[in-house]
Ligand binder design. Structure first.
Ligand SMILES: [Zn+2]
Length: 239
């Protein structure tokens, strides 16, 4: 092979190899890193329902739902979403520890799951809470730092609201109310965060739905679908 031919051959080889092994654009985008927080656990059982001889605890329901979410992600969407849980067994995890996980691991989204209860058995439906801008008040920062911090915090709240809006059409099981509240895990998480009160265990009809496997599967699917759509939107902005 002459030197010129060798150069042409090398050039063609490079073109062929780079196109044959080119990575599709969607694989270049990083996975969405999500922390799923099953509310309560251990001695803190949250609310509960007494069904004949069986006591059903909120802490068990949130763990079950979180495990379903994790299973769907790991089986079907492992390359798109990296998910972990603040607890994987029935144990108590302090709130500070739960929210600090979003700082120690680089997290794109933090979702805390709960089941609701009220004195009035008439209340029903899903409630989604996103953070308020309270982070600045408890920090003694210089003006410029405070402005920077405020921008970061505003971005975090915007993204939290953005997932909330994506979430609503995917949630088919009950009416959704969107609210802001200074819940500890929402305020202390560094990542965009949502707290979902899946439904009211104190509402007799809704209770039956919430305790069914069908509903829990549906709820888990809806949350995963919303996360996938959030990732797609984020990837469009990255590309
Ligand atoms: Zn709760």
């Amino acid at each position: 092979m002459t030197e010129v031919n060798q150069i042409i051959f090398t050039f063609i080889t490079i073109i062929f190899c780079s196109s044959a092994f080119a990575t599709p654009a969607n694989l270049l985008t990083p996975p969405l890193r999500v922390i799923i927080d099953p509310g309560h656990g251990g001695n803190d059982q949250g609310t509960s329902v007494q069904l004949s001889t069986q006591l059903i605890k909120e802490s068990d329901l949130t763990l079950k739902l979180s495990q379903k979410i994790l299973k769907i992600i790991q089986e079907k969407y492992a390359e798109k979403i990296q998910a972990s849980m603040t607890r994987t067994t029935n144990r108590y995890v302090p709130l500070q520890k739960r929210s600090s996980l979003s700082r120690s691991e680089k997290t794109d989204f933090y979702i805390s799951l709960h089941y609701n209860s009220a004195f009035s058995s008439a209340l029903s439906g899903t409630e989604i809470y996103f953070p308020e801008n309270n982070k600045i008040d408890d920090r003694n920062l210089a003006v410029l730092d405070a402005i920077k911090q405020d921008l970061v915090e505003t971005g975090r709240i915007k993204q939290s609201l953005s997932l909330t809006k994506i979430f609503v059409p995917h949630w088919k099981s009950s009416q959704v109310k969107i609210r802001r509240a200074p819940f500890y895990v929402l305020e202390k998480a560094d990542a965009p965060a949502l707290l979902i009160e899946v439904g009211y265990l104190s509402h007799p009809e809704e209770q039956k739905t919430l305790l069914s496997d069908v509903h829990q599967d549906l709820a888990a699917e809806s949350i995963v679908k919303a996360l996938l759509e959030f990732k797609e939107n984020r990837d469009k902005q990255l590309n």
